[in-house]
Design a protein around this ligand. Structure first.
Ligand code: MOS
Length: 741
């Protein structure tokens, strides 16, 4: 018998919820790829089948005969357009290379043509019928291929932030240390694979261009496009109110956006491009492959004396994507000697980029795995070893930390996990079903960064509140954090608050990345809200002190239909010129080093693995994570961030690898069937705790950052647990069953 399902009445949203949850679960949230415009055409990309060379001929005749095809654009007919530059080289894009500006092929999978048709089906059918002839040039597919030369980052990127990091004399201290380890770690390249695929909808209204594209950097896309098309930025609006996962893949101007806008202009109709999943693997950034060598030295008493961390990181032929892993490993412990060296290795790929904890995940994997080996070498419990080596001040600058609760993370986590029941010897713990049990721990940290932002808060006499600020909602919960903050300050229900994000017409939209979103958006929103309240009280006169007065009641007393207040804030110690970078679409974030302090978030992960004795299948039934992110502004989305970071950490450690093709270049497993990520059944219990101590030295909200630190240290905690279960150190991610046999 069929059950009668009644539609529940909409529930009022209360403080602990995610403000956009209801729309999401009903499928009401609209993403760029969902956009429909009158007369809209559909685009499809044609990808290069060679890894490096030149296009000599493109045959578009068959494609043009497909019914509904309007145009096949190539470098020969799209017209001249400018480069958008490279984000880390003064420009706007994830790379400096923009396909279709010439006949050059820089990597396999690069776009060489774009079909535009009346339907998606026609566009894709025609794209498959474009034939391209090339001349080829030798290429380098992977950073360990013959011909791949490591370049010293300090020499090729001569800026202080990319230099070697030195405290004391680490090499000399290694030579005399009582106990040393010297270890190599290898991490495969990985791709973000957000659920929402990159899509672009470009529409012209006269000389005004509107672009809908999921991005973490609407202002950068706007200014980059204006430069590429040679038009004034006031003629471009970029809209990205909801992003279905960014993870760094959507942090800048994409290399295809301008050609969609050009096609729309040439054809006089809106054009929508939705990439395929396979094209995402080759047309957007990814986490580069890295190698790490970690040398550590300790005294017999278990004091870490010296550390040398060397990193080789993959980059592209056309850009130097900087490596920053030693920014965190230099701050993990208080050793008197530290040396961090980074090198870049050119390969023929699209430029790799930022992927959640882009450097910190890999650097912490190597360093925290080595620390575990060192703890065993000196015969100390891995938690006790870490507690004994905490840093009192920043080892590199000798400045204080704005706040540092790494020890609390370890102590709380140890307690919650039941660590005291652990026996030290590898292979000494067993589950009732005979599985090998391993318990591992690791620390993570991530810079507390912040960027300039401008906010407007407006209250209408009907009680509606509108907040406009720079920030992008990628699912991490920034809208909820802002809504809760404004709701608490104004006494307004969350449902009455509309938050305009990711719209260049609402407020300047600085790149939201580096876990700085909350600490960037909240201070100006809080200040604007306070100014609004002050203004309401002033206008309300005596009524302001009456019991039961609310923001709306005060507004009504003053007889105005609305009140509005603004604020603009910089990062601590940042010069005013940073506002110019913000409004110009350029990155303007500061941190982790500020004039009076150094800012980092911390986390401790405790992991249990169970390993099936014959197949060596690795399971992670239980993780306890304790984070120090300053104030927890939105408990529900904060918890979700840590759970997501742990899940991704499990995937990054046990599943994910982008397989480079040494014969033809590019990535072989460019789909979600072969690029393996965990499923729900792979995930056990994840217990999340927060230290929740406000960092008011860092900013008025007390929040540091959480999205990325959540993932840092998961991989070494799993690897250390695998060692504890089996006695084997694998030192290569992902960890493979065959390596345990
Ligand atoms: Mo992130 S990888 O800083 O978008």
């Amino acid at each position: 018998m069929a059950k009668t399902l009644s539609t529940p009445a909409p529930r009022p949203i209360v403080g602990a919820e995610r403000v956009d949850a209801r729309d999401k679960v009903r499928g009401a949230t609209r993403y760029a790829g969902d956009a429909r415009r009158a007369g809209m055409l559909h685009a499809a990309l044609v990808s290069s089948t060679i890894a490096r060379g030149t296009v000599t001929r493109i045959d578009t005749e068959a494609a043009m005969r497909v019914r509904g095809v309007r145009m096949v654009f190539t470098h020969q007919n799209i017209g001249a357009f400018d480069t958008g530059g490279f984000l880390m080289g003064g420009g706007f894009g994830f790379q400096s290379f923009y396909p279709l500006r010439s006949a050059q092929v820089a990597y396999r999978g690069q776009s060489v043509a774009m079909v535009v048709a009346e339907s998606l089906e026609a566009a894709r059918e025609a794209a498959a019928q474009v034939t391209v002839a090339y001349t080829t040039t030798p290429f380098v597919a992977t950073p360990d291929a013959p011909g791949a030369e490591p370049l010293a980052q300090a020499a090729v990127l001569p800026q202080p932030m990319f230099a070697d990091r030195r405290v004391g004399d680490a090499e000399a201290a290694l030579a005399t240390a009582a106990v040393t380890v010297d270890l190599d770690y290898h991490l495969a390249a990985q791709h973000q694979n957000p659920m929402e695929i990159i899509a672009t909808v470009a529409e012209w209204d006269g000389d005004m261009l509107t672009v809908q594209e999921p991005t973490q950097n609407a202002e950068g896309v706007r200014h980059g496009l204006a430069k590429q098309l040679g038009i004034d930025p006031t003629k471009v609006r970029v809209l990205s109110p909801t992003v279905g996962g960014g993870f760094g893949q959507k942090n800048s101007l994409q290399s295809h956006t301008a050609i969609v806008a050009l096609a729309a202009r040439q054809l006089g109709r809106p054009v929508k491009l939705v990439m395929t999943r396979a094209q995402l693997f080759h047309n957007a950034s990814f986490r580069p492959a890295t190698r790490h060598r970690v040398r550590l030295g300790a005294d017999r008493g278990g004091r870490l004396v010296t550390a040398v961390h060397e990193i080789d990181q993959q980059t592209s032929r056309h850009d130097l994507f900087p490596s920053m892993g030693t920014e965190v490993t230099s701050r993990l412990y208080g050793a008197p000697h530290y040396l961090g060296i980074e090198r870049l290795v050119r390969t023929d790929v699209q430029t790799p980029g930022y992927m959640r904890a882009p450097f910190e995940h890999g650097a912490a994997y190597a360093f925290e795995s080595a620390i575990d080996e060192l703890a065993y070498a000196v015969g100390r419990d891995p938690v006790a070893f870490r507690l004994a080596n905490d840093a009192a001040v920043d080892p590199l600058t000798r400045k204080p930390f704005s706040s540092r609760h790494a020890v609390e993370c370890l102590v709380q986590g140890q307690e919650a996990f039941g660590w005291q029941r652990r026996t030290m010897a590898p292979g000494s713990m067993r589950a009732p079903d005979g599985s090998l049990v391993g318990w591992g721990v690791a620390l993570g940290l991530y810079k507390a960064a912040t960027a300039p932002a401008m906010a407007t808060v407006r209250l209408a006499s009907n009680g509606a509140v509108q907040v406009a600020v720079g920030g992008h909602e990628m699912g991490q919960g920034i809208r909820t954090a802002i809504a809760l903050t404004v709701s608490r300050a104004l006494g307004a229900p969350v449902a009455a608050i509309e938050i305009r994000l990711g719209d260049t017409a609402a407020a300047p939209q600085h790149l939201t990345a580096g876990s700085w979103g909350t600490a960037t958006a909240l201070p100006p929103v809080m200040e604007a809200t306070q100014r609004l309240l002050d203004d309401l009280r002033q206008h309300a006169g005596a009524a302001a002190t009456e019991p039961g007065a609310t923001a709306v009641s005060l507004l009504r007393v003053s007889g105005r239909s609305f009140a509005e207040a603004k604020s603009q804030r910089l990062a601590p110690g940042q010069p005013e010129q940073a506002f110019g970078r913000l409004t110009g679409g350029l990155p303007a974030a500061a941190g982790p080093v500020y004039p009076d302090f150094v800012g980092f978030s911390f986390i401790a992960h405790f992991v249990e693995v169970r390993i099936e004795p014959t197949t060596r299948r690795i399971r992670v039934p239980r993780v306890v994570s304790v984070a120090d992110c300053g104030t927890v502004v939105s408990p529900r989305t904060a918890r979700s961030q840590v759970e997501g970071g742990v899940v991704w950490g499990i995937g990054a450690t046990l599943r994910e690898a982008s397989e480079a093709d040494p014969r033809h270049g590019g990535f072989l497993n460019a789909n979600l069937a072969e690029y393996v990520v965990p499923v729900a059944a792979d995930i056990g219990e994840i217990e999340v705790h927060f230290v929740d101590k406000p960092d008011l030295r860092f900013n008025a909200s007390g929040a540091k950052g959480l999205g990325e630190v959540a993932m840092v240290g998961v991989a070494p905690a799993i690897g250390n647990a695998v060692f504890h279960a089996t006695g084997k150190r694998l030192r290569r991610l992902p960890l493979r069953l065959e390596d345990l046999l």
